[in-house]
Design a protein around this ligand. Structure first.
Ligand SMILES: NC(=O)c1ccc[n+]([C@@H]2O[C@H](COP(=O)([O-])OP(=O)(O)OC[C@H]3O[C@@H](n4cnc5c(N)ncnc54)[C@H](OP(=O)(O)O)[C@@H]3O)[C@@H](O)[C@H]2O)c1
Length: 296
């Protein structure tokens, strides 16, 4: 899963690192894995639960169901009314947990305000947790036991590997230690594996002079969710910049990485279409791997 090599030696304008080709490669591998399972009579299955009638959420679920079908997955779905209680949601999760034909389960975010999304996620069978965010899966990641991986961090590792960006032995600095991104990414990229094995530093609000660290990074990952926080003077010339943190102002996407960083970096994810597509692809990779593990 490689393309041309990216050397960390030159300065910008940076080479762009779009996520779409990476996602396509991950999905092609996933489809092949699904076909191998199907030849043994096992159909991988990614179930979805939608609560309420939010149009955008329904559209996202529809996209995932169509993608599942295209990959050769089953995609059972449960649509609960906006008036569903927390117990109703937990019961729907429990039904999919108990169904051996279901290998992955996704509760579409957001849920109506009266429901506790995080509490619901904790009731998902960790082996079926395709988001990879269940505390047990964080623990598995910490100790290096196979299990669903958090999607955005796993997508970033896949993106670096796809573009042949050397990670092993390199200095990776992550701005942000949040539970969905910075913290699991630090665990992932410091694991002993050819596509990881990095010297990882995590900086945050407790490190007010964080630019001192980011300026020496071979690979800088912005994971703060603070629009424009990473500016050109924070970037080592010729380095790789991955913009993962974003905030939304209505539908307008405000990335952490200031566009001018492309003049300093050697390679950089685009403002739109960087780690988003790889994150979604990882849901399906997690599901097919869960099906493989359940049928070893
Ligand atoms: N593209 C995708 O698919 C995708 C997926 C998941 C998440 N994201 C985005 O990634 C970002 C991080 O997500 P998360 O859930 O990990 O967020 P989070 O829990 O809010 O973590 C943000 C981190 O950034 C640090 N930070 C915030 N402002 C800072 C500042 N001024 N200086 C230094 N550090 C600062 C915080 O430091 P403290 O810990 O000290 O507060 C915290 O560690 C969000 O923007 C989210 O939308 C994107």
């Amino acid at each position: 899963m490689t393309s041309a090599s990216t050397e960390i030696t030159t300065s910008g304008p940076a080479r762009l690192l779009p996520g779409a080709p990476v996602a396509e490669a991950v999905l092609a591998e996933t489809s092949a894995a699904a076909a191998r399972l199907a030849s043994r009579g096992i159909i991988p299955s990614l179930a979805t639960i939608l609560v309420g009638d939010d149009d955008a959420s329904a559209r996202y679920v529809g996209i995932k169901q169509r993608q599942a079908t295209a990959l050769g997955f089953a995609s059972p779905h449960e649509h609960l009314p906006a008036t569903a209680t927390q117990d109703d949601l937990h019961r729907a999760i429990a039904r999919f947990n108990a169904d051996p034909a279901v290998h992955g389960l996704l509760v579409q975010y957001p849920v109506p305000a009266h429901l506790d999304y995080d509490a619901a996620l904790q009731t998902i069978d960790p082996d079926k947790d395709v988001d990879g965010m269940h505390p047990l899966n964080m623990g598995r990641l910490a100790v290096g036991v196979p299990g669903p991986l958090p999607c955005t961090p796993a997508g970033i590792e896949a993106l670096l590997a796809y573009y042949d960006i050397p990670v092993a032995g390199r200095e990776v600095v992550i701005l942000g230690r949040g539970a969905t991104l910075g913290r699991p990414l630090a665990m992932l990229l410091s694991q002993k594996r050819p596509t990881a094995n990095a010297a990882v530093t995590v900086v945050h609000t407790g490190v007010p002079d964080w630019p001192r660290y980011t300026r020496r990074a071979d690979i800088l990952v912005a994971a703060a969710g603070v629009p424009g926080i990473v500016r050109p003077e924070h970037v080592k010339p010729g380095s790789v910049v991955i913009g993962a943190g974003v905030r939304y102002d209505g539908r307008r996407l405000l990335p952490d990485v200031d566009e001018a960083c492309a003049e300093v970096a050697g390679a950089i994810t685009p403002r739109v279409g960087g780690v988003g597509p790889t994150t979604v692809a990882m849901l399906f990779r997690n599901a097919v791997r869960a099906a493989e593990r359940a049928n070893q």
